[in-house]
Design a binder for this molecule. Structure first.
Ligand code: HEM
Length: 206
């Protein structure tokens, strides 16, 4: 099983139950025009490390989101995994947002590949690519979208030339954002590892 396949296996499920309304939301007769509701993500009920029920008292706040764990050892391991992750070394969420925005400016300006994105909702595409790459780089949330073979198998004419153009834009993006070469090399190795899936090839025999 390659590195990406391992990474995209869902690790834990965030509870989708909405947070309970506050008393102020329900008791006031005044329309809430000046107090828009801010949706907070629910805290996970399953420990992302062990898969066991999470204890809501054993938590970590990471990038404005609270993660709960089954026990202290899981929390310690999760913190260490984050600290050692390529995602965090690249600069976390802020760096990913900046990189994805710049990357798609380059992709959409490139006549070799921009035709593939003509009918695509680019806000959704930016969000999904961000979620996928964040997970692949060891970010805190698992990738829960399609596997890359499925996502690309119905795109007619997709070839190595296009894959290489996308990889080139990813590399240039990171260089422009002044990411260290050593980290760029790691990103590019992960990107290269997706090639067989994106191009719907059988895995290369080494
Ligand atoms: C490093 C290589 C690549 C990665 C990591 C990647 C990643 C992704 C991801 C995560 C999605 C969304 C999947 C979902 O809907 O759940 C996606 C969709 C898509 N990708 Fe890629 N991709 C790569 C290469 C390419 C290339 C080379 C092209 C074309 C030049 C391309 C064109 C598209 C298009 C058009 C979609 C939208 C498909 C649809 O919504 O029907 N991708 N890709």
């Amino acid at each position: 099983m390659n590195r990406i396949s391992i990474l995209i296996i869902p690790c834990f499920v965030l509870s989708l139950a909405p947070l309970a309304s506050t008393a102020a939301d329900t008791s006031s007769n005044v329309p809430a025009v000046n107090s828009p509701k801010v949706e907070k993500p629910a805290i996970n009920t399953i420990c992302p490390v062990t898969g066991k029920p999470a204890d809501p008292k054993i938590t970590v706040i990471y990038e404005d989101r609270t993660y709960a764990f089954a026990d202290e050892a899981s929390r310690t391991k999760w913190n260490a995994d984050r600290a050692n992750s390529l995602y965090q070394k690249l600069g976390g969420k802020a760096a990913m947002n900046a990189a994805i925005d710049l990357f798609y400016v380059k992709v959409l300006a490139d006549d070799r590949i921009n035709g593939f994105f003509e009918d695509i909702n680019m806000n959704k595409q930016r969000r999904k690519q961000n979620e996928f790459l964040s997970a692949a780089f060891g970010g805190p949330l698992p990738w829960t979208g399609k596997n890359l073979r499925e996502a690309h198998e119905n795109i007619p004419g997709l070839s190595e030339v296009h894959f290489n153009a996308v990889a080139e834009h990813l590399q240039k993006t990171l260089e422009e954002l002044k990411i260290k070469k050593e980290l760029i090399d790691q990103v590019m190795a992960i990107a290269a590892s997706t090639k067989d899936q994106v191009l719907n090839h059988k895995p290369s025999v080494k």
